[in-house]
Design a protein around this ligand. Structure first.
Ligand SMILES: [Zn+2]
Ligand SMILES: [Zn+2]
Length: 81
Protein backbone atom coordinates (compact mmCIF):
# COMPACT_ATOMS: atom_id res chain seq x y z
CA UNK A 1 0.00 0.00 0.00
CA UNK A 2 1.06 3.56 -0.57
CA UNK A 3 0.75 6.43 1.76
CA UNK A 4 0.83 10.18 1.96
CA UNK A 5 3.59 11.05 4.33
CA UNK A 6 4.93 14.01 6.17
CA UNK A 7 8.67 13.78 5.67
CA UNK A 8 11.44 15.56 7.47
CA UNK A 9 14.57 16.41 5.54
CA UNK A 10 17.77 15.31 7.23
CA UNK A 11 19.73 18.04 5.47
CA UNK A 12 17.75 21.25 5.95
CA UNK A 13 15.37 20.05 8.66
CA UNK A 14 12.22 21.24 6.87
CA UNK A 15 9.05 19.24 6.44
CA UNK A 16 7.26 18.40 3.22
CA UNK A 17 4.58 16.02 1.99
CA UNK A 18 5.02 13.28 -0.56
CA UNK A 19 3.35 10.11 -1.70
CA UNK A 20 5.24 6.88 -1.41
CA UNK A 21 4.69 3.43 -2.82
CA UNK A 22 1.82 1.77 -4.59
CA UNK A 23 -1.65 3.28 -4.55
CA UNK A 24 -5.08 1.86 -5.09
CA UNK A 25 -5.15 2.83 -8.73
CA UNK A 26 -1.55 2.01 -9.62
CA UNK A 27 2.06 2.22 -8.63
CA UNK A 28 4.02 5.37 -8.28
CA UNK A 29 7.11 5.93 -10.36
CA UNK A 30 9.33 8.91 -9.87
CA UNK A 31 11.68 10.64 -12.24
CA UNK A 32 15.22 10.23 -10.96
CA UNK A 33 16.19 13.65 -12.27
CA UNK A 34 13.37 16.09 -11.64
CA UNK A 35 11.31 14.13 -9.10
CA UNK A 36 8.07 14.32 -11.05
CA UNK A 37 5.84 11.42 -10.15
CA UNK A 38 3.69 9.29 -12.40
CA UNK A 39 1.13 6.67 -11.40
CA UNK A 40 0.91 3.64 -13.65
CA UNK A 41 -1.52 0.72 -13.43
CA UNK A 42 -0.06 -2.26 -11.59
CA UNK A 43 2.10 -4.54 -13.71
CA UNK A 44 2.73 -1.93 -16.41
CA UNK A 45 5.96 -0.14 -17.13
CA UNK A 46 6.36 3.54 -17.95
CA UNK A 47 5.94 3.90 -21.73
CA UNK A 48 7.99 7.02 -22.06
CA UNK A 49 10.72 8.97 -20.39
CA UNK A 50 10.07 12.08 -18.43
CA UNK A 51 10.03 15.37 -20.34
CA UNK A 52 13.35 16.20 -18.68
CA UNK A 53 14.80 13.01 -20.29
CA UNK A 54 15.15 11.29 -16.92
CA UNK A 55 13.89 7.75 -16.35
CA UNK A 56 10.85 6.96 -14.27
CA UNK A 57 11.71 4.47 -11.56
CA UNK A 58 9.96 2.84 -8.67
CA UNK A 59 11.05 3.07 -5.09
CA UNK A 60 12.85 6.36 -5.44
CA UNK A 61 12.86 8.36 -2.25
CA UNK A 62 11.03 11.66 -2.66
CA UNK A 63 13.27 14.69 -2.89
CA UNK A 64 13.10 17.62 -0.54
CA UNK A 65 11.58 20.59 -2.43
CA UNK A 66 13.65 23.00 -0.37
CA UNK A 67 17.19 21.67 -0.78
CA UNK A 68 16.77 18.79 -3.29
CA UNK A 69 18.21 16.19 -0.95
CA UNK A 70 16.84 12.64 -0.92
CA UNK A 71 18.06 12.14 2.60
CA UNK A 72 14.89 12.26 4.67
CA UNK A 73 12.77 10.31 7.08
CA UNK A 74 9.05 9.79 7.59
CA UNK A 75 7.73 11.83 10.49
CA UNK A 76 4.10 10.99 10.14
CA UNK A 77 1.79 9.02 7.87
CA UNK A 78 -1.01 11.40 6.93
CA UNK A 79 -3.14 9.02 4.88
CA UNK A 80 -3.09 5.52 3.42
CA UNK A 81 -3.82 5.66 -0.29
ZN1 LIG B 1 15.88 19.71 2.63
ZN1 LIG C 1 12.02 14.34 -15.04
Amino acid sequence: MGSLNLLECNCCGRNFRANKGAMLFGEEHRCEKCDRSLVIPKGEKPKHKCSCSGEYKQEIIPRCPHCNSRNNKVREVIAIL
